[in-house]
Design a protein around this ligand. Structure first.
Ligand code: SF4
Length: 338
């Protein structure tokens, strides 16, 4: 069903360039364009999947949104008390009310939890920092949160080492939920887990979203994971978004050759249809010196002269389906419905 809720988060032409320094005087000799002018929005209650190979800028995007780092250019807007606030203009000390509503679930449940803190302390920490509750009330809230994520209350006084990867990720989720957030960046939340546990954690995230009207930016390199949770999916390559579409449309009929190649590597994309794995030649080019024209052209099996000369326009090829490819109208790319 189409989500017609108001936009909760909007990103406009967001860029993050990291300087490359050399020599004793740390002269700047270039920039790594980690995020290179991306724009998108997420509606309330929606999940936007953000996929791409490692190093494409997905995690940096999540951090920029949460102001864990400052952008080089561009804007991030967040709906707070029914007003769109330009977060990128808010002074750091004034970020606290927004931080309360915007949380993150990290990729690695082994390193994201302080091994010297008990589960009680880990989950209570954000509540203490924001002065939300203390004493018995705090313990009650931690108990509630543990139950919400399917953990036992008796686990409260144990340390992270006593738990499996899946349980640790549940603790990380409880911690992210502690302040009743509205928006959560899920940064590869299941990548470090066994396949058998991944589905449980994804289902938990879906249930929590339904029960608490949460909005997610779900970052993953794995299209098969993203498929099960995302309403729309954005595909990122070398710092740029190359395709963005409703989940079903993207999986059934990708319009960008990079999305087609990613989909061909997903075993669950209907093996009966015999979609052949498309092997991309070469490595991902350096983001400090991206190729001219379409950044994907050195690895694209359909590339023509225009692809090396001109940056492809970002355009809507069907309702809500956006793509940056010169040839998207003429290529017949393989997807689940092909
Ligand atoms: Fe390939 Fe050209 Fe499309 Fe880029 S613009 S994805 S090189 S066909």
């Amino acid at each position: 069903m189409e989500n017609t809720n108001p936009v909760l988060l909007e990103v406009k032409n967001l860029k993050k360039y990291f300087p490359m320094q050399r020599g004793v005087f740390k002269r700047v000799v270039g920039h790594v364009r980690s995020v290179d002018g991306i724009s998108f929005f997420i509606r309330q209650g929606e999940t936007l999947g953000l996929v791409g190979e490692s190093g494409c800028g997905k995690t940096t995007t999540g951090r920029l949104i949460l102001r864990a780092m400052e952008p080089t250019a561009g804007e991030v807007f967040y709906r707070y008390q029914d007003q769109m606030v330009e977060l990128t203009k808010v002074k750091r000390p004034q970020m606290k009310p927004y931080r309360r509503e915007m949380q993150i679930i990290f990729q690695d449940p082994y390193s994201s939890l302080n091994p010297r803190m008990t589960v009680l302390d880990l989950i209570a920490e954000p509540l203490k920092i924001h002065g939300v509750s203390s004493g018995d009330e705090l313990k009650t809230r931690v108990r509630e949160l543990l139950e919400l994520v399917g953990m036992r209350v008796q686990h409260m006084n144990r340390y992270p080492y006593a738990f499996s990867g899946g349980q640790r990720q549940r603790i990380g989720i409880a911690r992210a939920l502690a302040l009743n957030p509205k928006f959560i960046v899920c940064d590869e939340p299941v990548s470090a887990l066994d396949v058998s546990i991944q589905a449980q954690v994804v289902n938990l995230l879906r249930d929590l979203q339904k029960n608490f009207s949460l909005t997610y930016l779900f970052i993953s390199h794995d299209l098969s994971v993203v498929e099960h949770i995302s309403d729309r999916v954005a595909v990122m390559y070398l710092g740029s978004i190359v395709e963005l579409a409703p989940s079903e449309a993207l999986y059934a009929g990708p319009r960008h050759p990079y999305t087609e190649a990613l989909l061909s590597a997903v075993p669950s994309v209907n093996p009966d249809l015999g979609m052949k794995r498309i092997l991309l030649p070469g490595d991902v080019p350096s983001p400090s010196n991206p190729p001219s024209g379409c950044k994907f052209h050195p690895r694209c099996r359909y590339a023509r002269d225009i692809c090396t000369a001109q940056f492809p326009e970002w355009r809507e090829v069907s309702p809500d389906h956006w793509v940056a490819c010169h040839l998207s109208d003429e290529l017949q790319l393989a997807g689940m419905a092909s």
